[in-house]
Write a protein that binds this ligand. Structure first.
Ligand code: CTP
Length: 394
């Protein structure tokens, strides 16, 4: 876990869910992070500093004026030495103060002076969360790069039911990992294609393949986590639409072509993970084909090769990654695709990866260096591909 050996300021504010911060502190210590707990005055009405300091294995900081010269650590040091700041639970009051630039206690002062990522886990009554001013504050903080996790939906301590519960501690931990991950694709505009295409025979039948879209979706999400602006052009897929990206659903190879070409000029990185149909029926029947003839022949014609077109039009500053699906001579065929389509990187794989949670890929670059990865989950493969892209692009 990335969290290991990181210094984390754990801010706790006054909400009934403050007791869950104790569990969060315990889990952070279990993952071998260093925890500096900071409590607001009202947080102490809900849990005791003794409990928190015991689980966090550190004294609790809470008084701004105690941390002056001569004390072990100053508020500026807390802010500057932290790798991540988490506020869990975060009240509407804390969110409002941060959004307005108010620093009137230790926690708000530390957060204002910090350069590390900040993760906020709100917890409040559902009406309070829905309040337009609170929502405006959240939008403002998000625009300034603050990370949010939750709130979750469910029964609230105040008797209400709705959105306002502190996110599950495991979700906060995962969001912390995400916030810590290097934003090494910041500034990049990434275009990813995913899934199969469908070429209509008649209104109820089509020619397609068994791609699930998982690889492309994993790449799109990983690129977004690493700070890129992402456009995902997806053929028909049952996967949930990833958040915080531009999602462009398409059906046929022609639609995929048009959508990709539309976003291509402004893209700095393109990863074509889609299994685009190479052929489509020369005509699509307007009504259902009846089973009259003994033999039915469907004439097929070539579709446009989107990636090849992009390779031809590639400009300085654009990096092209293609996939190569092969049943034989994987390395040789993948290398051929790399040069014929003018790619910067090609990811070779076999049909075993189709509609599967895992895959085994071989990554080849322009210099001919070949990296054979072991079988891995598609999220891990996405990260490995992006690691190589980042190295090669810089
Ligand atoms: N591709 C594309 N447009 C097509 C077909 C493929 O952009 N009409 C892209 C795929 O998204 C992939 C790469 O080209 O990134 C290679 O696709 P693949 O199916 O492995 O190979 P093809 O180029 O179609 O060649 P062949 O089917 O002969 O192996």
């Amino acid at each position: 876990m990335i969290i290991k050996d990181k210094k984390i300021v754990l801010g706790v504010t006054g909400a009934i869910s403050a007791y869950k911060a104790l569990e969060l502190a315990r889990l952070l210590i279990k993952e071998e992070a260093g925890v500096w707990p900071v409590m607001t005055r009202s947080a102490k009405e809900f849990i005791t500093p003794l409990s928190l300091s015991t689980l966090a294995r550190s004294p609790v900081f809470s008084d701004l004026f105690e941390l002056t010269e001569g004390s072990r650590i100053s508020h500026i040091e807390l802010a500057q030495k932290a790798d991540l700041l988490i506020v869990a639970p975060a009240t509407a009051n804390l969110i409002g103060k941060l959004a307005s630039g108010i620093a009137d206690d230790l926690l708000t002062t530390v957060i204002s002076a910090a350069t590390a990522p900040v993760l906020i886990a709100p917890s409040m009554n559902s009406e309070m969360w829905a309040n337009k001013i609170v929502q405006g504050n959240v939008t403002r903080l998000k625009a300034h790069g603050y990370n949010f996790v939750g709130p979750a939906e469910g029964k609230l301590a105040c008797g209400y039911e709705g959105k306002g519960r502190l996110a599950a501690v495991e979700d906060i931990l995962e969001a912390a990992e995400e916030a810590l991950r290097a934003k090494d694709l910041k500034g990049e505009k990434v275009l990813v294609s995913a899934g199969p295409t469908r070429e209509a025979i008649d209104p109820v039948r089509f020619v397609s393949n068994s791609s699930s879209g998982r690889m492309g979706y994993a790449i799109a999400k990983a690129a977004r986590r690493r700070g890129a602006e992402v456009v995902l052009v997806s053929g028909p897929s049952y996967l949930p639409k990833p958040s915080n990206i531009t999602f462009v659903p398409v059906v046929s190879a022609e639609e995929m072509h048009d959508a990709c070409i539309r976003y291509y000029p402004q893209s700095t990185l393109v990863i074509m993970a889609a299994a685009v149909a190479d052929y489509r029926p020369t005509k699509s029947y307007p009504t259902k084909v009846k089973k009259d003839a003994k033999v039915l022949s469907i004439e097929m014609e070539r579709t446009a090769d989107v990636l090849k077109y992009m390779g031809k039009k590639k400009k300085e500053g654009q990096f092209l990654v293609g996939f190569a699906l092969e049943t034989e001579n994987l390395e040789e065929n993948a290398k051929k695709k790399l040069s014929e389509k003018n790619l910067d990187l090609v990811v070779g794989n076999t049909p075993l990866g189709l509609d599967s949670l895992t895959n085994q890929v071989t990554i080849i670059d322009r210099e001919g260096s070949v990296e054979v990865l072991p079988p891995l989950g598609k999220d891990d493969i996405a990260e490995r591909i992006l690691d190589i892209v980042v190295k090669q692009k810089s």
